[in-house]
Design a protein around this ligand. Structure first.
Ligand SMILES: CC(=O)SCCNC(=O)CCNC(=O)[C@H](O)C(C)(C)COP(=O)(O)OP(=O)(O)OC[C@H]1O[C@@H](n2cnc3c(N)ncnc32)[C@H](O)[C@@H]1OP(=O)(O)O
Ligand SMILES: CC(C)C(=O)C(=O)O
Ligand SMILES: [Mg+2]
Length: 557
C-alpha cells in the first residue's frame, strides 16, 4: 500500500455561518500592525539571531514604521531578557513605539517577564495558552475547565504583576493559542473568562489575538470564525481583535485580509513572512496589497532593497526572486507580449490620474526599483521589449519595421546562447547588424550639385584599400545616392522606409537614420549615425546594400 494515502486525514469541520457579512466588506484602512519578527520569526530560525542582528532588525522595524513590536520571550532565555533590557536601558524605544513580549501562562515566567520590562514607558504583555482539542487532550491532559483555569490564572498573575509596576503603562494581550484548532464556542468561553479578569474598557482595551497557529482551512473559513467571534464575544467595544496567521496552506496573507474584512482591528506578522514552519503572515505582502489598492498601509516600504537586505542578513534566509512585490524578478517581463504591452502603457502614463500599466500592478519606482529591470530579453522576448531596451539605454527610437527585422536576430542569438541577452549584448548585436560597415564598402567624400531641378551626387566608395567613384541623379540627395548605387551594383533598389531622429543620449547632437530598401525583391535594413543628417542617411543606405551583398556572398559560398 502506498504511504501517500489521503484517507489518513480528516477534513476541517467549518462552522456553519450562512449569515456571513465579511464577503461584502472592503479594506479601506490599514489595520494596526504588530511585528513579531524578533519573537515568532526568531524562534523559527536555524540559528536564532545574535544580539547584533536583533538590534539591527529592531532599527529596521522602527524605520519601517511599526508602532508595536514583539521583541522576544524574555522569560525563556537570557538573550531575549538582555535584549529587552538593552532597549529599555539605552532608551532605544521611540515615544510612539511600544514593545511587546510573549509569555506562557506560568507564574515564574510571568514574574520574570515583568522584571525584564522594568522601567519601560509602555509595554504589551502577551500571555498565551493552547486551547485546541488536540493539545487539551494529548499535551495538557486536561478538560475544558482545566484549560480555562490556566488562562484565568495567567491573566490574574499578569494583572497582579502589572500592579506592582505602576510606572509603566501596561497593555494586556491574550492568545487562545491554536485558536483555529479550538471549538469556537470554547475559544469564546476562554477569552470571556480572561477578559472578566482584566475588565477592559473602551478607554483601556485589551488585545485578543486569535491565531491561526496552524493554518487548517481555506481562508474563508477563518474569516467566518473571526466574524462569529467578533459578533459573540463579551465586551467587544473594549477589545482590539488581533490576527496572527501562519502560512501552512500558503494563504497566511489571504486569511489575514479576510479576517480584517470580518472585523479584526490588528494584524501580527513578519517582514517577508519568516516564522514557524512555512512562516508567519507576510506583512510586506499584505501592506503592499493595500498600497496597490490606493490604501495607505501606514508602513514605509519605499526602500524595499534595504528591508530585504536587513531581513536576509538577520535571518540568514534568502528572499525568493518572485516573492510578492519584493523579489528581484517581480517587475521584470521576459515574454514578448508582456513587454509589448508594458512599453505601450508606460509611454501613455504621463498626465494620467492613476497608474494603469498592463502587467505592472504598481510603479516599481515607488519601492525604489528602476525601470532598468522591467524589460529583460531572452528567447521568449519580442520586438517591443527589444525596442524598449534600445530606447531606454541607448536613445535609439527604432521604428516598428526595424524592430520586427531586428527581433529575429536577437531571438536567434538568445536561442543559441540559451541565456538572457543583456542590454549591452543587444546593442552590440544591433551595431553589428545595422551600423558596422567593416569589410564592406564605406562612404568617402561626396559632392552634391543641382542643375535644371535635378540633383547630382558624386561620391567615393572605399573597401579594403580599393577606391571607386560613383555618380547618380535624382530628386534629392537620397534618391541620387540610390540611383548611383543601382548603377554600381547593377541591382534594382527601392527606398521603402526612412526615418530619422536626433540621438537624445548623444552629447554632441548626432542624428540617426533608419533605412529599409527593397533590393531585387528582398528587404534589407541599415542604420546610419552622424553629426550630419545627410551623411547618416547615406551611411544607412550603404549598410542596407552591404547586407544584401553579404547575403549574396553567403549564397555563393
Ligand atoms: C505558537 C507559539 O509560537 S508559542 C511560543 C513558542 N515559543 C517558545 O516556546 C520559545 C521559548 N520557549 C522556551 O524557551 C521554553 O519553552 C520555556 C523556557 C519558556 C519553558 O521551557 P520548559 O519549562 O522546559 O517548558 P516547555 O516549554 O517545554 O513547556 C512544557 C510545560 O509547560 C506547559 N505549558 C506549555 N505552554 C504553556 C502555556 N502557554 N501556559 C501554561 N503552561 C504551558 C506544558 O503543559 C508543560 O507542562 P508539564 O511540564 O507539566 O508537562
Ligand atoms: C503565541 C502565539 C500567538 C503564536 O505565535 C501562534 O499561535 O502562532
Ligand atoms: Mg505564531
Amino acid at each position: 500500500m502506498s504511504s501517500f494515502d489521503h484517507s489518513k486525514y480528516k477534513p476541517f469541520q467549518a462552522i456553519a455561518k450562512p449569515d456571513r457579512r465579511w464577503p461584502d466588506q472592503r479594506i479601506e484602512a490599514a489595520p494596526l500592525w504588530c511585528s513579531v519578527d524578533l519573537r515568532d520569526g526568531n524562534q523559527a530560525l536555524i540559528e536564532p539571531m545574535t544580539a547584533r542582528q536583533k538590534s539591527r532588525l529592531w532599527d529596521q522595524l522602527v524605520k519601517v514604521g511599526f508602532k508595536e513590536i514583539e521583541v522576544g520571550f524574555p522569560s525563556a532565555s537570557s538573550h531575549d531578557f538582555n535584549f529587552v533590557r538593552e532597549l529599555i536601558e539605552n532608551d532605544r524605544i521611540p515615544e510612539d513605539v511600544t514593545i511587546q513580549v510573549l509569555v506562557q501562562a506560568r507564574q515564574e515566567l510571568i514574574e520574570k517577564t515583568f522584571e525584564a520590562l522594568k522601567g519601560a514607558r509602555r509595554a504589551v504583555v502577551h500571555v498565551y495558552n493552547s486551547t485546541s482539542t488536540v493539545q487539551r487532550e494529548q499535551v495538557f491532559g486536561l478538560d475544558r475547565q482545566g484549560i480555562i483555569d490556566i488562562a484565568v490564572n495567567g491573566a490574574e498573575l499578569v494583572q497582579a504583576c502589572a500592579d506592582k509596576y505602576p510606572e509603566t503603562e501596561w497593555v494586556f494581550e491574550y492568545s487562545p493559542e491554536s485558536f483555529t484548532g479550538t471549538e469556537i464556542d470554547f475559544a469564546l468561553e476562554v477569552v470571556n473568562a480572561v477578559t472578566a479578569v482584566w475588565q477592559p474598557t473602551p478607554e483601556k482595551p485589551v488585545i485578543i489575538n486569535l491565531p491561526a497557529t496552524v493554518e487548517m482551512s481555506t481562508p474563508n473559513v477563518y474569516a467566518d470564525q473571526i466574524e462569529w467571534f467578533c459578533d459573540n464575544v463579551a465586551r467587544r467595544d473594549s477589545l482590539l481583535i488581533s490576527l496572527h496567521t501562519h502560512n501552512d496552506r500558503g494563504c497566511g496573507v489571504a486569511a489575514a485580509e479576510l479576517g480584517v474584512m470580518a472585523g479584526a482591528d490588528r494584524v501580527e506578522g513578519t517582514l517577508m513572512g519568516n516564522g514557524e514552519r512555512t512562516g508567519n503572515m507576510d506583512v510586506v505582502t499584505m501592506a503592499m496589497n493595500l498600497y496597490s489598492q490606493g490604501v495607505d498601509p501606514k508602513l514605509n516600504l519605499a526602500n524595499m532593497d534595504e528591508i530585504i537586505q536587513t531581513v536576509k542578513e538577520c535571518t540568514q534566509l534568502p528572499v525568493h526572486p518572485r516573492h510578492p512585490w519584493a523579489g528581484e524578478l517581480v517587475f521584470t517581463a521576459f515574454s514578448g507580449s508582456h513587454q509589448d504591452a508594458i512599453k505601450k502603457c508606460l509611454a501613455q502614463q504621463e498626465g494620467r490620474d492613476h497608474w494603469d500599466v498592463a502587467y505592472l500592478p504598481i510603479d516599481p519606482a515607488d519601492i525604489g526599483r528602476s525601470y532598468q529591470e522591467v524589460i529583460r530579453i531572452n528567447s521568449q522576448s519580442g520586438k517591443g521589449g527589444i525596442a524598449y531596451v534600445l530606447q531606454r539605454d541607448y536613445g535609439y527610437e527604432i521604428p516598428r519595421w526595424l524592430s520586427v527585422d531586428f527581433s529575429g536576430s536577437v531571438q536567434a542569438h538568445a536561442e543559441e546562447s540559451e541565456a538572457e541577452v543583456g542590454p549591452e549584448a543587444i546593442f552590440d548585436l544591433f551595431q553589428k547588424t545595422y551600423l558596422n560597415g567593416e569589410g564592406r564598402w564605406q562612404l568617402g567624400n561626396y559632392t552634391v550639385s543641382r542643375e535644371d531641378h535635378v540633383d547630382k551626387l558624386q561620391a567615393e566608395l572605399s573597401r579594403e584599400g580599393v577606391q571607386q567613384q560613383i555618380t547618380g541623379t535624382g530628386n534629392g540627395v537620397v534618391a541620387s545616392f540610390v540611383n548611383a548605387m543601382e548603377a554600381f551594383t547593377g541591382k534594382q533598389i527601392v527606398l521603402v522606409e526612412y526615418s530619422e531622429h536626433a540621438l537624445s543620449q548623444s552629447a554632441d547632437a548626432e542624428a540617426v537614420c533608419y533605412i529599409q530598401l527593397n533590393i531585387e525583391g528582398d528587404r534589407y535594413c541599415g542604420v546610419g549615425r552622424s553629426h550630419d543628417i545627410v551623411q547618416a542617411s547615406l551611411d544607412g543606405i550603404l549598410r542596407a546594400i552591404n547586407k544584401s551583398a553579404d547575403r549574396d556572398a553567403e549564397a555563393a559560398a
